[in-house]
Write a protein that binds this ligand. Sequence first.
Ligand code: SAM
Length: 407
Amino acid sequence: MKTNKYSFTFVIMLEKILLPQVQQFIKAHEKEDPFSLSLKYKEVAGLPIKVVAEQIAARQKAKNKLPEWHHTEGIIFPPLISMEQCSSEASAKYKSTLISGRTLIDLTGGAGVDTYYLAKNFTEVHYIEQNHDLAQIIGHNLRMLNVDNLEIHECTAEAFLERLKGNVDNFYIDPARRDNQQQKVFRLEDCTPDVLQLLPQLLEKGRQTLIKTSPMLDLPLAINDLKKVKEVHVVSVDGECKEVLYLIDHEGDPSPKIITINLKKNGTSEIFAFKMIEEADAQVSYSQPKIFLYEPNASILKAGGFKVISGKYRVDKLHQHTHLYTSSDYVDNFPGRSFKIIDIIPYNKKAVARLVPEKKANITTRNFPDDVAVIRKKLNLKDGGNKYLFAYTDVDNQKKIAVTEKT
Ligand SMILES: C[S@@+](CC[C@H](N)C(=O)[O-])C[C@H]1O[C@@H](n2cnc3c(N)ncnc32)[C@H](O)[C@@H]1O
């Protein structure tokens, strides 16, 4: 692994973080509030408490997001902004199932999480990062994690691509989604580097490129802008949509395959795939709620597979714009949440009080004029309990409440 341009003071600081006294302090205070610690102590073994407190805050974030790194001795956690921007272990592992080959160029290395998991499927890996200090930390961490097929390049993606001679198997790019004021952005042209600017070079020099984007970015718009999209992967972790990945190559596909995946805590996953054209052509049947109610997972909702899901699982849709589904026979492999309907009632306090005397319920809205806070107030309901209320517009355009319980 090659690195260069070491800053002396920075290296001293990194070495101090790894001192046994500092590591012991970090582990002993791992569950404490980093801010309170920074008020209570001045330094630990000559290292300013601010640096130590930042390590503790980052470790707390890593506990669920990056369990393998959290368990590994000698890891130096990068600044919190990089910890926030990096992929989780679960989503990085998923990405590593999508690409493999001889050479991988990760053009926006960041915290190195994606680099680390993707590196397992490549002979030769290049980590590119414009932030000098970050590249130093990640170089150290990847050594701690026994990565031996990696070269670190402290430069911009643009400069690296400009210098790159010949062709490579795969580029990976996960642009920074913050502007100069550190505000969140998601449009491709607002992120850095700008993938759309780099696109001609990526297509010319790479066999294929995997691009990670925010779920906020409109899928059809991105497919149109990226031109040669072959596959789209919409990734959720425990029901929350975290990222959308676009795989591009020289040919692309006029109707890319959309793969939706929900990675669950228990290690299982829900996968549902369809083609854009199938969704456009799909016929859907609508009905009033029957015995069971289904809510597709966040990846399917993000991907817009509203009609194909109805045909594939033989469930009826409640309304063209209400993305809830129903059936008489239970569909046990539906990718999302499933409920048994207790009753369907009008949207008023009296009707709800009769069915929810405990005055406590979990509320979801779909195609409904009031938001959850307003509904809670109007229906006098607290959050929680075993009942799940869906406020929706039905096939006859009536505002209704489905009172349900989990199957
Ligand atoms: C979202 S983070 C990448 C996170 C990474 N995939 C991970 O899982 O740890 C984006 C990174 O790109 C870097 N970056 C932004 N513009 C860049 C550019 N033009 N060239 C190289 N790196 C850049 C940022 O410094 C930041 O560390």
